[in-house]
Design a protein around this ligand. Structure first.
Ligand code: AMP
Length: 397
């Protein structure tokens, strides 16, 4: 990676501002239901503490307004973060202004301070220079470990670089290295698996991938737009009729480039969108009226497995069906297993997007994957080849 990381700077005795992505899910009692994003930043924080830095953490939760809705306060992270770091984490009731400044000033090497939600200030998302300058003034150097927001140019991850040097944390480094380097010089055969609900969300990725991969597996709800564009009846399945031309163009482009496209050959259809719906498997061109496809069928799973055999690079984003309902999770689980197996056999595998990661977790195979990305939208935009403002702001080596 040609970006500076925390290993390239001396942090001893320094105040280090660390942008993290702690936008974690909570239950109705404000208990954290998945702390993965916090856990993944621990190596960076512990490295900084072990090397004599005072660590100032900044993040956002949810989409608050300046009314400062209390459910979005970072206060709800303090206890769990203290447990994870095995030390008391201090907290400041704002991210700029006198309270934040005093707390930062008093912070000693080896101590951790968590600032209040950055997005309580509109200036954060507006990338307001004065706000970025105030954040920068809290510290001697800044670290960006928030890959999940890298596709956004906000004050805490982009604007701040005008006032203080920004370097990558270990999580950011891993994301850039795995995704960036893999796309730059992938080993072949290269297989991309794109699933999920909407063609419109992933059109850019599919388009970019066709230029790079040998095989592209298209599954999940978005496959039905391709099926319908081919003239198959799809019943009440998810579909974007205004994308038929686009779907046909993508298939044509793939054919011209010699890229193999794997679409479902059979589908598990349901009589309603419900976990207890009646269901049966039918060939892809025989979905009756009143039914909707919620998963790929057994024959399709066999095709997925075959397409992944011998793969040397695999990128997976988006589930193959409504995996949240057990009866419609089989296609997704089959892909998860096949990706894990390909990795065991030497492939570099990257799984991104909250749903694919959740599906992977269901199989207990997460550890087998080369890189599980913490980004959702960020991973997609990186895969699309778009410039990421958060990554661009990190100092070059
Ligand atoms: P995305 O955010 O685009 O990756 O989409 C993920 C969502 O797509 C998951 O919540 C799945 O339940 C949903 N999904 C996948 N396949 C289908 C399908 N055939 N019909 C409806 N929703 C689907």
């Amino acid at each position: 990676m040609n970006k500076k990381t925390i290993k390239d700077i001396d942090v001893k005795g320094k105040k280090v501002f660390v942008r993290v992505d702690y936008n974690v899910p909570f239950d109705e009692n404000q208990n954290i239901t998945n702390d993965e994003r916090m856990v993944r930043t621990l190596p960076t924080i512990n490295y900084l503490l072990d090397n004599g830095a005072a660590v100032i953490l900044a993040c956002h939760i949810g989409r608050p307004t300046e009314a400062r809705e209390p459910q979005f306060s970072t206060k709800h992270l303090v206890d769990h973060l203290s447990e994870l770091l095995k030390k008391d984490v201090k907290w400041a009731p704002d991210c700029v202004g006198p309270e934040a400044e005093n707390a930062a000033k008093d912070l000693q090497p080896g101590e951790v301070l968590l600032l209040e939600n950055l997005r309580y200030h509109k200036a954060e998302k507006k990338n307001d220079p004065a706000f970025a300058k105030q954040l920068a003034a809290l510290a001697d150097v800044a670290v960006d470990d928030a890959f999940g927001v890298s596709h956004r140019g906000h004050a805490s991850n982009a604007g701040i670089a005008e006032y203080v040097e920004v370097v990558a944390g270990f999580l950011m480094e891993a994301e850039i290295n795995y995704i960036g380097k893999t796309l730059e010089a992938p080993q072949h055969p290269f297989v991309a698996i794109i699933g999920g609900a909407k063609v419109s969300d992933k059109i850019g990725v599919i388009n970019n991938m066709i230029d790079k991969v040998d095989t592209i597996i298209i599954g999940g709800g978005m496959a039905h737009t391709f099926d319908a564009a081919k003239g198959f009846p799809i019943g009440d399945s998810l579909c974007e009729p205004d994308k038929y031309d686009l779907a046909r163009d993508l298939l044509k482009k793939a054919e011209e480039k010699g890229v193999k496209v794997v679409l479902p050959v059979d589908l598990v259809i349901a009589d309603k969108f419900d976990k207890d719906a009646a269901f049966k498997t039918v060939p892809v061109d025989q979905v009756p009226d009143g039914w909707q496809a919620l998963d790929s069928g057994v024959e399709t799973s066999k095709e997925y497995v075959k397409a992944l055999e011998g793969a040397k690079t695999v990128i997976w984003n988006g589930p193959m069906g409504v995996f949240e309902f057990d009866n419609f999770a089989k296609g997704t689980l089959a892909v998860a297993k096949a990706v894990a197996k390909a990795t065991e056999n030497g492939a570099v595998s990257i799984v991104g997007g909250g749903d694919s990661v959740a599906a992977l977790k269901k199989t207990g195979l997460t550890e087998k994957i080369s890189h599980v990305s913490t980004g959702g939208g960020a991973t997609l935009e990186f895969l699309e080849g778009k410039e990421m403002p958060g990554v661009a702001a990190i100092a070059d080596k």
